[in-house]
Write a protein that binds this ligand. Sequence first.
Ligand SMILES: Cc1ncc(C[n+]2csc(CCOP(=O)(O)OP(=O)(O)O)c2C)c(N)n1
Ligand code: SF4
Ligand SMILES: [Mg+2]
Length: 496
Amino acid sequence: MKEVVKFGRPSGFFEKFERRPGPIKTNMHYCPGCGHGVLHKLIAEAIGDMGLKDKAVLVCPVGCSVFAYYYFDCHSIECAHGRAPAVATAISRTDPENVVIGYQGDGDLASIGFNQILQAANRGENMCVFFVNNAIYGMTGGQMAPTSLPGQKTQTSPCGRDVAETGYPIKVAEMIAQFEAPVYVERCALSRVPNIMAARRAVRKAIQNTVDKKGFSFVELLSGCPVNLKMKAHEMNEFLNEKMTKFFPLGVYKDVSAEREAIVRHTPIFEPDQVRELLFPEETKRAVDDNFRYTAKVFDEERRVKISGFGGQGVLSLGYLLATMGKLRNFNVSWLPSYGPEMRGGTANCSIVFSHTHVGSPQADHNCSMLICMNQPSVDKFLGQLGENGVLLYDASTIRQPEVSPDKTVYGLAASDLANTLGDQRVANSVMLGGIARLMQDCFLEGKESEDFDLAVEEAMNEHFAGKPQKVIDLNMKAYRLGKESVSIRFGARVK
Ligand SMILES: Cc1ncc(C[n+]2csc(CCOP(=O)(O)OP(=O)(O)O)c2C)c(N)n1
Ligand code: SF4
Ligand SMILES: [Mg+2]
């Protein structure tokens, strides 16, 4: 008699399972009677028949089906336990032409990764997910799963699942169907032939929805694990048909696939200027004015500034003012404060980085372009971080004249004493800002940009002290102007 093969190996499977270790390269590794093998075949048939071998991306879980990629002749990726929905989201979003197929067990999906699947479903990611509910942790030897039935004996519930202790089995299909976004949710069983044929239809429908970009489709499959449930084949089928379906009724829980249009997601914006314009429309409008584009050579590279002193000297505010000026003039800028637990008297410093392009690290701890010190310990600690050709500005009221290498430029300004003459020690930082203006105009800025510095200071002060009485802004501007005209020490490489 001639042998007729009615249902051969689906073309969505490899001819031989070369990745499988050991000598047997034609059989799957699943136990006899396991539902995974049945579902694999349904998916492989669909991938082959629907011509998706080059487009399908199978997202594999941790569990007995961890090695699903041994078998499927399509793209595949293995994920950390429960994280398949996040990985699948990335694959789907990076290329909408990918046909993303999630595959998860009940421990993977309904326990460690439960939040992941709910969020992916709620976002309506374009993917289909096949959820193998075998009411047990199969791979690890039969511990209770979130879907184990009340009274079900497992390794971790030897007397049977006690709902008073561990709650009730989670009905995942029903939960997912409650969300607005999913288009199709069905529960099937991999038991007798009519059920398997219904599962076959469900698998194809879910995959077709993904091809059509309809969004999230979910098929739960009640599945056998005869080994861990310690059942013979016919007992396993009875368990699925009689016991599991009582708690997990089969059927379609939601199907709006026909009504839903294909999803159109906005193309993500990667252009920093465009993002800035969207987030800060007003500031961008002001800052794109030609006057605000600083073209000085000093800004050809990223510039790192460190400001340091005692807490209470306004070190952080001075840094923030500088950062605000940078922001108002369309620089990318970062401000990173660092201070001890004591607000006054302790040490404080901050890093400010200006750049025409992106800011790498916001930390200025080496190769600084400018170091501004308001107490002696700051000079002692940070002078070594001043880069080649760097500029130091120090408060000459409190700091002795530092010794520097010939490439450095040094500005000294008796900021604390000058602040005292204005009757308020707290404006020493604005006096120092005047010193910064002087050194910027001496060493780096020219023409329009040099003139603009005062305006930028005024705008930054207005923003920084917004809501404070006008006299606060006036006093700080006065301190700034005083600082600018009072620099008493200048020497080094850049001083002509
Ligand atoms: C982060 C992490 N925690 C725990 C495990 C151990 N572990 C491996 S598989 C598994 C449960 C698998 O059960 P299920 O998802 O139901 O798959 P099944 O084997 O039943 O198909 C667990 C807890 C792991 N691999 N990684
Ligand atoms: S342990 Fe259970 S789930 Fe795992 S392969 Fe065997 S039958 Fe299938
Ligand atoms: Mg399981």
